[in-house]
Design a protein around this ligand. Sequence first.
Ligand code: ADP
Ligand code: MG
Length: 705
Amino acid sequence: MRPDVLAPLYASALGLTGVGPRALGFLKKALRLPPGVADPRVIDLVWHTPTGVIDRRAEPTVAGAIAGTIATFKVRVLKHRPSPRGNKKAPYKVQCEDDTGRIDLIFFHMERAFIERQLPEGEERYVSGRVDRYGDTAQMVHPDYIVTPESRADLPSLETVYPLTAGLSGKILHKLVRQAVATVPDLPEWQNPTVLDQKGWPPFHDAISALHRPMDPADISSGGPAWQRLAYDELLAGQLALALVRQSAKAQRGRSIVGDGSIRAKLKAALPFTLTGSQVSALAEIEQDMASEYRMLRLLQGDVGSGKTAVALMAMASAVETGAQAALMAPTEVLARQHAETILPLAEKAGLRIGLLTGREKGRPRREVLERLASGEIDILIGTHAVFQPDVHFKDLAFAVIDEQHRFGVHQRLALQSKGGSGGANVLVMTATPIPRTLLMTHYGDLDVSRLTEKPAGRKPIKTTMPAEGRIEDVVDGLRRMLAQGAQIYWVCPLIESSDVSELAAAEERHAWLAQMFGADKVGLLHGAMKSADKDAVMAAFSADHLKVLVSTTVIEVGVNVPNATVMVIEQAERFGLAQLHQLRGRVGRGDRQSYCLLLHAEPLGVTARQRLEMMCSTEDGFLIAEKDLELRGGGELMGARQSGMPEFRVAGVPGFEDLLAVARDDASLALNQDPHLMSPRGQALRTLLYLFECDEAVRLFRAA
Ligand code: ADP
Ligand code: MG
């Protein structure tokens, strides 16, 4: 159970003064909520990190103030000069002065009574805002702050700036964050005092205050001690959680799963190809993990098209051979259905019973799947996030495969593990992202890795070119010739930052144009806002070769498999991350025919942008591309433009914490070595830390052990 001291932080933000249902809706958009959290809580405001500061520390004399700068003055209010009657456009002026000169405070469209209350004639006030000059007089239009000398403390000398959203002003957000910060309780120190000393890091509570009420601009820099400390807290919590998962997996004598090979033999016979050397050895490693009495947690890394699905299927079959169940989770519905379609014909031949569970299965069909699952009539469940729901019960889940893991969080993986029978399920995570070692550690901790390094035989290299946008008509002519030879084409429309609507509009427009060029019956459109059934229909038509051209937004990014598709056109390719381009390109080159990738781009290209696209044209090696990406842009972009930083993190989610990560990892393992059940005073404090970063599942593992 989460400690009571933390309860106020996990209360709904509705409890804060000034938050009603409307503001809650705005907050939902403004705050980055962790997956699975529907409504903002107080803690989500605490973690709303500022992006900058307004420096109000300059307190010049009126005569010495520099026009155009932010300044704070102590002034005497002399005289109110309301706008002349009937002239709404004229401003309301309040004349003020200090010992060196006069300054006018200017208001437009403000209620007179309000101004009079704020600035009574003859009294002193502190005002802060942008100062300008108007002839000889200094002016301040709509001061940001007007406070009495007694409430001087309400005027922040450094004011934090937060990422905003329509509907929420900075002032309101400030007030809410301030309330949220005030509810942060004093907590026992979980960090090693020597580490704090060495690094010069403040206590947790001070760090939070410094971040939201900085005394120095360095306080809100991600390199400053406050941010560093909080990022380290978060990294430590994450590493501790992963270490706990690991520890409990090792400690729990899971069951040893050794099938008799009967179903795998049938599958092998049914597969239209023989497994590559790397598929065989990855499978051997997985089977060895399953046979051992420890719970398995393994990552299968293989470039797009390397054949991860076949490995997963064989491994799932070995679990089913023992009479247990297996599950395969995909990040999107399209992909889950695609997996089901690929697997179904093979499964039928091998006598495997397959069930499908996505967000779309509702009511009766869903109940039926759940019943069959609970009674063991389903051997392999294929699905999406829907599989994590609490009312999904397996009869005996022994093995779970998570495809394209970086879309799921650690928490979901823990939830899944807990669905397994005695000892929890063995977990295989599959990813096509060539994640470098440091990031691997963050996301998975110390897990075992298998890699598919060979591509299936007979694959031809994909010819990649980078025509300029201006040549789009030539490109279309070329495509027409390829279509005549039976090719199928993906056409990916540009990524438009933070606006799903315009992304959709661009795709629709392109779809209409291409339909004119190639014939309306040949060109399909796929985008994120479509109903699932419509998406499926379009995908099915493309798979069946009825549609020849598939125009889409980036929804096809992950996993889709249509071997007959041999051309990938990407518009405004310069706006995509290299890793994402690589993933997109991996959709073609899956059959034995020559494939092409065309990276359309704007002209002129910047030097780096050109280098990036040239890199894409010169290699298909995912690891090389990932490294180059890192070199050209820094680590943030690695997971694709949409997933920059480490999105699972709240404070450590900005680049630059790689070094701390390794320290946190050692720290976590040391702490657990000394105190495996976290019972010492520091251990107890570390439990609080785990709850603070919502690693509740990890703490629960103590009870399971
Ligand atoms: P990914 O690793 O990207 O998930 P898939 O599992 O979708 O790759 O496999 C890509 C394609 O390669 C599929 O059409 C699959 O049938 C085919 N494939 C997988 N393994 C082999 C193999 N050993 N030989 C030939 N083709 C294979
Ligand atoms: Mg795949």
